[in-house]
Design a binder for this molecule. Structure first.
Ligand SMILES: Nc1ncnc2c1ncn2[C@@H]1O[C@H](COP(=O)(O)OP(=O)(O)OP(=O)(O)O)[C@@H](O)[C@H]1O
Ligand SMILES: [Mg+2]
Length: 239
């Protein structure tokens, strides 16, 4: 499989990033096609979150980040979001004193133009959020907070979302629920770049698999091809 999706929606070319003198991204190439789910796998500390942050303009990028035909590398994060690139960072950042509904409203891109996701539909889709719509978000469980941050990002009506380790630290049952939510979003036509540690979830949802090692992509393939690549798993993923 080539590292460029046919007709890519997001196309990252030779992306570099630094923390001080530390050269963390060393020429990342990856792309996500229209309606495609791509999984970005890799061991802790290889630079997966930094890739997400550099794409989103939260870490200064060098290189090219093509989205909808524009090179957005280095543009301010809010502008990138406005172009339709959503981002769910690792930290499940919700506003604890506000209700679930208010948190969702904060995700709206434009209060006057309805996007493809409505609050009521979203609460309907995820019943454990519905029963808590008017509860302070701070009391939600880790899994519920994760679903809330994903749903809040969807309220901004993105064409593609980058989701960073959504299942980390969640109980197996909740992992399955979050996985189902992500699959549902993909079915609705939103492209996804999914940073994941759990192969079971990633391989079930993705059509394209990237493995990152030391700041660059070391493997690109389909989930089927990846399943046969024990060498890649051993060298780049197992701990
Ligand atoms: N703000 C920062 N300042 C300095 N170094 C950082 C910073 N953030 C990350 N790093 C370092 O950059 C490297 C890549 O970090 P990154 O967060 O991208 O890893 P990751 O692949 O997402 O792994 P994990 O999520 O398991 O930490 C790591 O060595 C990390 O210690
Ligand atoms: Mg990370």
């Amino acid at each position: 499989m080539k590292d460029t999706a046919p007709n890519p929606m997001l196309d990252v070319r030779d992306l570099h990033a630094f923390y001080g003198k530390s050269h963390v991204l060393r020429g990342v190439n990856l792309s996500v096609g229209r309606g495609e789910v791509a999984a970005l796998l890799g061991r802790n500390g290889v630079g997966r979150s930094t890739t997400a942050k550099a794409i989103m303009g939260e870490v200064a990028p060098q290189g090219e980040v093509w989205f909808h035909g524009h090179n957005i590398a280095g543009q301010p994060s809010h502008r990138i979001a406005h172009l339709g690139l959503g981002y769910v960072p690792e930290n499940r950042d919700i506003f604890p004193m506000m209700t679930v509904r208010q948190n969702l409203l904060l995700g709206l891109k434009d209060v006057n133009t309805p996007g493809r996701w409505q609050i009521e539909d979203m609460l309907e889709m995820f019943p454990n959020l519905k029963s808590r719509a008017d509860t302070a978000a701070g009391v939600l469980s880790g899994g519920e907070k994760q679903m809330l941050t994903i749903c809040r990002t969807l309220m901004g009506d993105p064409d593609l979302i980058i989701i960073d380790e959504p299942t980390e630290g969640l109980a197996p049952k909740i992992v399955t629920q979050v996985g189902a939510l992500i699959a549902q979003i993909a079915q609705a036509g939103v492209s996804i770049l999914l940073v994941e540690q759990k192969l079971s979830i990633a391989l079930k949802i993705a059509q394209r698999v990237y493995v990152m090692g030391h700041g660059e992509i070391v493997y690109t393939g389909t989930p089927d091809d990846f399943r046969g690549r024990e060498d890649i798993r051993r060298e780049w993923l197992e701990v």
